[in-house]
Design a protein around this ligand. Structure first.
Ligand code: CA
Length: 468
């Protein structure tokens, strides 16, 4: 990084389950996000940012620690992050940054897992509520009347106004929305009332040729419950009409929640401009993972398919980043910590398993380009969605997914069952599993070798011997 740059302020806005394909600058066909698009217009859009485990708690732990989930100990939704472990905000604070987090935490509560290394923190208990949410701080729990996305922004801006102007800051604004159960605010309650949201191209995917493990999933339109739908299903609909009706109920509330995020991102961007901090502030927008927006007939995440695997990542910082640019480099949620630390001029600790994105942000080819993203989803058939454990690798062109099941007699040791291979250049929708196609035999073999190699490199070795 250029030595001439001052240590920038860092504002990281992270929503929960906001898929890239519901953002205007990513080419959304279903909504508009004028405020998020301001970040893209001022900075860089990453088209290949992926999470290493597509679920809330583990992704958040990977972001804060820069470590894989088998290293930071947060493999599933049911694990908590040990707050004595090294984390990004602690290292920034040590380097003289003021640090704050407001909103969703979801890494555990109590003396061992409350936020640590923050000068200011107000976090939702667990998933938190959309309306009149409680927030926990060092002095206890307080209820805040209003809508969660507005309140998280209010508290963040209030802290920013009170900050010490002599020192740079890290402000993490962690939205709850648009997480299930998708409760919009009053302002957006009637948005989309008069329109039909288009169904995605893969809405009627019958999952032919894919792993049998997918047959048991509970994340189709029929699995949306009364709380999700908020209205009884009208009588007299055909099965197909009911499915479409359920999609409209789901996607409209999801997008209404996104609309409130977009407005509130605008408030933060306005604040930065009004303070005259544009050239001194890195602004990041991301989400802990993606989401199925009716794609393949599903809602939710967890699986390694693109819609769920991809994280939106928009970054602006005028002294470094070309306005309106995009980047196709492979990056992951492990790369956030090294990037922010390097931007802040902190020497990168050895423990980090990710790579700084500074070269990509500067428009240069990365010194250490990543050629293969390693993914592992650890939960196995957990309720309510019944997604099997799986792992895999994604390169710039191919994706290998290896579904797992417990070794007989064990609940903790897994072995590979079925494999899927996708050629993303020819089949970006991932409809055709070519793992058993003879022309792809050499590629399948090579990807399996890369998967084994990655398991050794990242020290997640328990499966190496049991892969095909
Ligand atoms: Ca999430």
């Amino acid at each position: 990084m250029d030595q001439g740059l001052r240590r920038p302020n860092l504002i990281m806005i992270m929503s929960d389950d906001h898929a890239a394909h519901a953002i205007g600058s990513y080419g959304s066909r279903i909504n508009q996000t004028p405020q998020l698009d301001r970040i893209a217009a001022a900075g860089m859009r990453f088209d290949n940012c992926f999470c290493t485990n597509a679920i809330c708690t583990p992704s958040r732990a990977a972001i804060l620690t820069g470590e894989y989930n088998h290293v930071n100990g947060v493999r599933t939704l049911f694990d908590t992050l040990d707050n004595t472990r090294p984390q990004l905000q602690k290292e920034l604070r040590q380097a003289g940054y003021q640090t704050a987090v407001v909103g969703k935490w979801h890494l555990g509560h109590g003396p061992e897992s409350d936020p640590a290394g923050f000068d200011y923190w107000r976090v939702l208990p667990g998933q938190g509520d959309y309306h009149d949410p409680e927030l926990i701080g060092p002095d206890g729990t307080e209820r805040h009347p209003g809508y969660v996305t507005d309140i998280i922004t209010d508290l963040s801006l209030r802290w920013l106004d009170r900050r010490d102007r002599e020192q740079p800051f890290l402000m993490m604004i962690n939205h709850k929305a648009p997480h299930r159960p998708w409760q919009p605010d009053q302002k957006h309650a009637e948005l989309y009332d008069d329109v039909d949201i288009p169904e995605p191209d893969t809405f009627d995917d019958d999952h032919q040729g894919r792993s049998k493990a997918l047959a048991g999933l509970k994340m189709g339109m029929g699995d949306l419950n009364d709380i999700d739908l908020k209205k009884p299903v009208p009588r007299g609909l055909t099965a197909e009409q009911e499915r479409s009706w359920r999609y409209q109920r789901y996607i409209k509330d999801y997008l209404r929640c996104v609309a409130s995020i977009d407005d509130n991102v605008g408030r933060v961007l306005d604040w930065v401009e009004e303070e005259g901090l544009t050239d001194d502030t890195v602004i990041i927008y991301t989400s802990d993972q993606g989401f199925f927006l009716g794609d393949h007939g599903w809602y939710d995440k967890r699986l390694m398919y693109e819609e769920s695997l991809r994280m939106p990542l928009l970054v602006s910082y005028p002294p470094l980043i070309e306005p309106g640019s995009s980047c196709a480099d492979l990056v992951t949620n492990l790369d956030f910590a090294p990037t922010l630390l390097e931007l802040a001029g902190v020497d990168l600790p050895d423990r980090l398993q990710g790579f700084s994105m500074i070269d990509s942000l500067s428009g240069k080819p990365p010194e250490q380009p990543q050629t293969c993203v390693y993914y592992r989803y650890w939960e196995h058939l957990s309720d309510p969605h019944r997604v099997p454990a799986h792992l895999g690798v994604r390169t710039d062109r191919y994706k290998l997914i290896c579904y797992l099941e417990p070794v007989p007699g064990s609940t903790t040791r897994f072995a590979a069952t079925e494999l899927e291979l996708y050629d993303l250049d020819l089949d970006s929708a991932e409809l055709i599993n070519v793992y058993h196609t003879p022309e792809y035999a050499a590629i399948a073999k090579d990807l399996l070798a890369q998967l084994r190699q990655r398991q050794l490199e990242v020290d997640d070795r328990d499966l190496v011997a049991r892969l095909p």
